[in-house]
Ligand binder design. Structure first.
Ligand code: GDG
Length: 478
């Protein structure tokens, strides 16, 4: 596994971030190496440091300040992240940052190469590493290399706002398999390649582009719903959960948990809750919204702005509606232990998950899995989260429509038990069917078979070409 950030998650330690959760859970079962950045800024980037925990070996390297600024803070998080989430108004392009992004990919590829064995298969994750396979190929690495994008892939018009878009797409075509969260992300990618005339699909469904043959597919990431259900139940009596329960005095609870990111639609969510309080005065004093939002990328400027904005909105709305014994919004800007979060989900009556764009959104899936089947909460979910395709029992909303979100909150809070149970059952079935192992195994099985097919084709092509040139070559006798 290769990703920008390697998170050596120790059990019980808080960690926010969907990629880390997914990759670690998927790797723990099979064992393997996880290669990437250690999270440290160093004077000079050295060789990978290896640490083994269970059957996973963590191979990490530091980044210099310049690498961090250009590759991570710059091109990855100030150009690609906003554009891929349809916020090109927040995106900036700087040639030097792009050069830094390419340079770091090349240097990480060279470091990984030192660790590679001939039969390794390499699975690369996310937007920080679009050109990683291309750099490995330049070094002569022929192992199968797959890529999975955890975030949305934008429509071609949006992709073209990133100046080096064509180089990036060409680089992505150096992988053997390119995977997306949803069919529509996959479609956006293939639309780009086909409309620019840079590739076409052959009869066997493989994409031929930029001189390579690759498989493009949708592999929606999952969770382990039964393990989550168990953890949620077991942690239900932990002190912080009990304290929250006691402080609610029988009030209903709406729960939201997100990294503090503008793509998660937090401001709109607070405003829709405000609209709900305006429209439904009967609920005053009877319901609270708890928003947990651990900060991330705090040194990227747009993230500082969203934080200020959100704090302002929470204060304004609370000032407007709070009573001496009731605070409508509890806004907590910190991380919590994972299992505790699941228990908080179980305690609440509504999961309120309304990103403006999201590759998948694991919180929505975790919310459903955490519920008590005898008395489950209802889920209000944005239509722009990949998870909306997979959770048929959710109340799906447009996060830009505050009135619709306000109505959905009211409906969720008043939903009869039988309907909540039916919706919960409808959602648990697909969560079990498409759990995290299915995501991992289907991706890896495609990667193995594509790599085998490609190497057979290449060998055949080589043999045929050799045969042909030998036939043309005049024999010594002649
Ligand atoms: C990216 C894509 C895609 C959150 N706060 C805390 C905490 N979390 C955990 C959640 C969940 C994870 O972090 C967040 O995952 P999401 O999927 O919701 O969002 P991103 O971090 O943006 O993830 C996303 C994902 O990758 C996987 O492919 O679904 O679309 O953007 O698991 O529970 N965990 C702990 N404390 C917290 O305070 N322990």
């Amino acid at each position: 596994m290769v990703s920008n950030r390697v998170a050596p998650i120790q059990e019980g330690k808080p960690s926010a971030g969907g990629l880390a959760i997914g990759v670690l859970d998927a790797l723990k079962e099979t064992g393997g190496v996880w290669f990437g950045w250690s999270g440290e800024i160093v004077g000079e980037a050295g060789a990978p440091v290896l640490e083994k925990a269970g059957n996973v070996t963590y191979a990490t390297v530091g980044l210099t300040r310049r690498d961090y600024d250009q590759y991570y803070r710059g091109f990855s998080n100030a150009t690609l992240w906003p554009t891929f989430h349809y916020r090109n108004d927040l995106s900036r392009f700087d040639r030097e940052e792009y050069a830094g992004y390419m340079r770091v990919n090349a240097s990480l590829a060279a470091k990984l190469k030192l660790l590679l064995k001939p039969d390794d298969i390499i699975w690369v994750h996310d937007y920080h590493m679009l050109p990683f396979a291309q750099e490995l190929r330049k070094l002569g690495v022929e192992n199968p290399i797959g890529f999975f994008l955890h975030i949305p892939f934008p429509v071609p018009e949006m992709m073209r706002t990133v100046p080096p878009h064509e180089e990036l797409i060409a680089a992505m075509c150096q992988y053997d398999v390119v995977g997306f969260q949803t069919q529509s992300d996959q479609q956006s990618f293939t639309d780009y390649v086909e409309r620019t005339g840079r590739g076409h699909f052959s009869d066997d469904g493989m994409l031929q582009a930029f001189g390579r043959m690759l498989k493009v597919g949708a592999y929606p990431i999952g969770i382990y719903p039964d393990a989550i259900a168990k953890a949620a139940e077991q942690f239900s009596n932990r002190k912080p959960v009990r304290s929250l329960r006691d402080s609610m005095h029988g009030r209903k609870l709406i729960m939201s948990v997100d990294r503090l990111d503008y793509s998660k639609g937090l401001v709109e969510r607070f405003q829709a809750f405000e609209r709900f309080l305006l429209n439904a005065p009967g609920w005053h004093g009877r319901v609270s919204l708890v928003q947990i939002a651990p900060p991330t990328r705090a040194d990227v400027q747009t993230y500082q702005r969203i934080r200020q904005n959100l704090e302002g909105e929470a204060g304004r709305i609370n000032g407007r509606f709070a009573q001496l014994d009731w605070t409508p919004i509890q806004y907590l800007n910190r991380k919590y232990e994972r299992n505790l979060l699941m228990a908080l989900f179980r305690l609440s009556q509504v999961g309120y998950v309304t990103p403006l764009r999201d590759g998948m959104n694991l919180v929505a899936k975790e919310y459903v899995a955490s519920q008590d089947p005898a008395d489950p909460g209802a889920l209000v979910l944005s239509q722009f989260a990949g998870a909306a395709d997979q959770l048929p029992g959710a109340l799906v909303v447009n996060p830009f429509d505050l009135s619709q979100m306000s109505e959905a909150l009211e409906r969720a809070l008043s939903m009869p038990l039988a309907e909540r149970q039916a919706r919960h059952t409808d959602m648990m079935a697909p969560l079990r069917e498409n759990n995290l192992s299915v995501w991992r195994d289907s991706f890896l099985s495609d990667l193995r078979s594509v790599a085998t097919a490609t190497s057979v084709t290449e060998k055949t092509v080589k043999t045929v070409k050799q045969g042909a040139s030998e036939a043309r070559r005049p024999s010594a006798k002649a």
